[in-house]
Design a protein around this ligand. Sequence first.
Ligand SMILES: [Zn+2]
Ligand SMILES: [Zn+2]
Length: 121
Amino acid sequence: MSHYWDVACLDCDDELGLRVNKDPKGVARLVATAPSLAVLGESWPNIHIDVYESFLLSPETGIIPAGWFARHKGHRLVVRDEYNGVYGDCNEWGEGGEGGWDFICRLPKGHLGDHVFSKRK
Ligand SMILES: [Zn+2]
Ligand SMILES: [Zn+2]
């Protein structure tokens, strides 16, 4: 089963467009360098960085624009999966109204006490 991860900005609800299968730690390393990429992107908005070999991606999804990081400078960037789960969060799903699994727990992974569900999106 595939499980795709991407960089997402929580402030803008925008995604970078990576589709990294099963490797959130690698994507987290990219998020950790986001401030440097933002500085690069401010000077050179059209520079593209080749990460596809690092993540075994296709060239179409593995060439990332430094300008994206400049646009989201200082924003809350997270590693998010295709189900709207955030890396490091509990990510337990909860059943909402109408029987849909529309809710997700945003507390830290391994938290104590009950899950606290909020709308998935
Ligand atoms: Zn943003
Ligand atoms: Zn939870």
